[in-house]
Design a protein around this ligand. Structure first.
Ligand code: PEP
Length: 338
């Protein structure tokens, strides 16, 4: 399918690194000008520099994708409360702007009910999918993850049920259920192989933030995903991998990352993608923020140029609040002039 194209892009497309290199070379050359440069020529050079600098900043600091909001229902709900939430969301649909993509992640048990009963504007998203982590397979032909894996749900099954999204690498799975960076990478590559759109969560603990290793942690998580997608036949990044930056210290704690912290991490993630995957992927990838987002704090965060949406836990269990968070899309488009 698309894997070959993705691999080629990764190896041959000039990333923002090449622009940065070109700029540096120019500066070095300008350090020893061979001819006298007249004022108007200097103006031109400065204008070109300014334009190039803007181009570099644009490449690494803003995505082009539609705003996207996800509701992570986690291990919550019973038949009655799930029905009530579906009804509340459906009631709100007329109030939700059309400029936003939305997905909801019920438990596996409720997935089919939600898919059948929730308005089609809300896509359904599974909270996990299985791959056999210990499989020693240098060619990454772990083609079937169905079989003797009691209690697990495979990407094949999600594809069969026409579930379009899967959430992978949530910190609760990483910290409580042993999902390593490598396993998350394999899960992402395998889900992409089966045509699923993936939301992959990355983020640091409070300790990692405080000891200054936030970016080491996040880049390592991203690297594992990029490696597995690249190694895996018929898997690709494309525009179908959404990244959710979720600082672990902000999840379910009521402690939201500051806009400056969010903007810094998001723009670094986008630069990382430009340098390590491709510029096209960097621009197309939606980067969500998750961690105690609610109806009151979403507008301030949505103004950031580099935020492409939210992943919402607690507040997604309230239909009115979730609708209000989705509508932060308009605040975002206005702030970035789109
Ligand atoms: C989450 O679990 O993905 C999350 C962001 O939770 P909360 O919004 O409750 O912090």
């Amino acid at each position: 399918m698309m894997r070959a194209a993705a691999a080629t892009t990764m190896k041959t497309t000039p990333s923002s690194y090449s622009y940065l290199t070109a700029r540096k070379t120019m500066t070095q050359n300008n350090g020893t000008p061979a001819i006298t440069i007249k004022n108007h020529q200097m103006d031109n050079i400065n204008n070109n520099r300014r334009r190039r600098r803007q181009r570099i900043l644009h490449i690494v600091s803003e995505g082009t994708g539609r705003f996207i909001v996800g509701g992570n229902w986690k291990c919550n709900g019973n038949r009655e409360s799930v029905k009530a939430l579906v009804d509340a969301l459906n009631k709100n649909i007329a109030n939700i702007e059309k400029n936003c993509d939305i997905y909801c992640c019920p438990t596996f048990l409720h997935l089919n009910y939600v898919k059948e009963n929730l308005d089609a504007r809300f896509k359904v998203c599974a909270q996990n999918s299985w791959v056999e982590a210990d499989l020693v397979d240098p060619e990454h032909h772990y083609d079937s993850t169905t079989g003797a894996f009691t209690g697990e749900i495979s990407a094949e099954m999600l594809e069969d049920l026409q579930v379009p999204f899967v959430l992978l690498g949530h910190s609760e799975r990483r910290t409580l259920l042993g999902d390593t960076d490598e396993i998350v990478g394999k899960k992402v590559a395998h889900a992409r192989y089966h045509g699923l759109s993936v939301v992959v969560c990355v983020g640091e603990t409070l300790e990692e933030r405080e000891n200054g290793t936030t970016f080491d942690v996040i880049f390592k998580q991203l690297k594992a995903v990029a490696k597995e997608i690249d190694d895996r036949e018929h898997s690709s990044w494309g525009s179908s991998v959404v990244i959710a930056y979720e600082p672990i210290w902000a999840i379910g704690t009521g402690k939201v990352a500051t806009p400056e912290q969010v903007q810094e991490v998001h723009s670094k993630i986008r630069s990382w993608l430009a340098e390590n995957v491709s510029e096209d992927v960097a621009k197309a990838t939606r980067i969500q923020y998750g961690g105690s987002v609610n109806a009151s704090n979403c507008a301030d965060l949505a103004k950031l140029s580099d935020i492409d949406g939210f992943l919402v836990g607690g507040a997604s269990l309230n239909g009115d609040d979730f609708a209000a968070i989705c509508n932060a899309s308009s605040v975002h488009y206005k702030a970035v002039g789109r």
